[in-house]
Design a protein around this ligand. Structure first.
Ligand SMILES: *Cc1c(COP(=O)(O)O)cnc(C)c1O
Length: 376
């Protein structure tokens, strides 16, 4: 290779191997502990993780469950949904936010998001609240909290519960208050690719009201209040002890990982600032995001994505088709045009590689590839 040639290697969208290499000894030790005690479901590792997570979020308690989807489901059910009750949420989220709502018996009421932040628009919520509305589910999308104060004010005024979908926002803050500590309950996911990820499935509900947390605890364990005494039917929604042990190891690193993600976001912002064909992610003045994803809005998005993919630069779309336009929700009768901000962003968004181990040269390589694409 001649002088002046730069070596470009592939940049994956997400690199969990790098993270696990550095934690291998601690993770293997946690696994060995579980084998030696044969405690595989629930038990002291889960209880310890729950206290550590509650302390991290600044909430009174946490209940660990086996996925973020179950965390949402149990939170909704604990707060109460009767037939005909409406719950307001956004169409630009992962379907877990809404499928657990419908399955818990709610009628979905979508509202559009605010341009730029792409999180729940409080003015749209105010217009959508009706006599059957019982709850709001804002999503802290890409690691940036929704604009919670006006949403909480509306909830108070109308007697609604609020479940934060914090699956992408471990460690984020809204006006200095931790994401997950703001609503009636909050749901976290520990799917491997999240900022705090298990080596498998996992989730948790956090909150301050012990009656709500007790209800979640019963739901994850077949509705039982004590062994073999069932207040209601429930679910098998428990977290594995091994996953709790892994999560305890990783939770200790989360603040440093989030700081590293912030650094990566700053590098991107600097490196991409001169490219007029893209729009950088907007950080709201109230938000301290944790950059679960770094999402730009781009002209000729699909062509840009193919160009980056062909150079081994991994990208993603979060999400390519808004929920109200999915076949699963065709019966709601919502057509294109119903939620213009969501729909227009879906055509332009592009998630760039984002993880704590990304280096500044890698960020420059991504930026150079984007710049070269627009220069043709
Ligand atoms: C990941 C995610 C979920 C679901 O979490 P799982 O652990 O995969 O069940 C829910 N909502 C949002 C916004 C997510 O990103």
């Amino acid at each position: 290779m001649g002088a002046g040639t730069t070596v470009k290697s592939a940049i994956p969208f997400l690199d969990l191997v790098a993270q696990h290499r550095s934690l291998e000894d601690e993770l293997v030790a946690a696994f060995r502990r579980a084998l030696q005690t044969a405690g595989f479901v629930g038990g002291p590792e889960v209880a310890a993780f729950e206290s550590e997570l509650a302390a991290f979020v600044g909430s009174a308690g946490a209940v660990a469950v086996n996925s973020g989807t179950d965390a949402l489901r149990f939170a909704y059910m604990a707060l109460g949904i009767d037939p005909g009750d409406e719950v307001i949420t956004v169409p630009n989220t992962f379907i877990a936010t809404t499928e657990a709502l419908t399955q818990a018996g709610a009628t979905l009421r979508f509202v559009d998001v605010t341009e730029g932040t792409l999180t729940m628009d409080p003015a749209a919520v105010a217009a959508a609240i009706g006599p059957r509305t019982v709850g709001l589910v804002p999503v802290h999308l890409y690691g940036q909290p929704a604009d919670m104060d006006p949403l909480l004010a509306l909830a108070r005024q109308h007697g609604l519960w609020v479940v934060e979908d914090a699956a992408q926002a471990h460690g984020a803050a809204y006006r200095g208050r931790p994401a997950g500590s703001l609503g009636s309950l909050a749901a976290f996911s520990f799917y491997p690719g999240k900022n705090l990820g298990a080596c498998g499935e996992g989730g948790a509900v956090v909150g301050n009201e012990s009656s709500h947390l007790d209800a979640v605890r019963r739901l994850r364990e077949h509705g039982q209040s004590r062994k073999y005494y069932h207040e209601t039917e429930g679910y098998n929604g428990r977290l594995d002890a091994i996953q709790a042990a892994f999560l305890r190891v990783k939770l200790r690193h989360l603040p440093a990982w989030n700081a590293a993600r912030r650094r990566v976001a700053e590098w991107y912002a600097d490196a991409l600032a001169d490219i007029a064909d893209i729009r950088l992610p907007m950080v709201a003045p109230y938000a301290t995001p944790v950059w679960h994803l770094f999402v730009i809005e781009a002209e000729r998005r699909d062509a840009l994505k193919s160009c980056l993919d062909s150079q081994g630069i991994g990208t993603g779309l979060h999400y390519p088709l808004p929920l109200h336009l999915q076949n699963a929700y065709r019966h709601l009768g919502l057509v294109r045009g119903a939620f213009p901000v969501t729909e227009q962003s879906a055509e332009r968004i592009l998630s760039l590689p984002m993880y704590p181990e990304l280096t500044q040269p890698q960020v420059s390589q991504v930026a150079d590839a984007i710049r070269a694409f627009y220069r043709g």
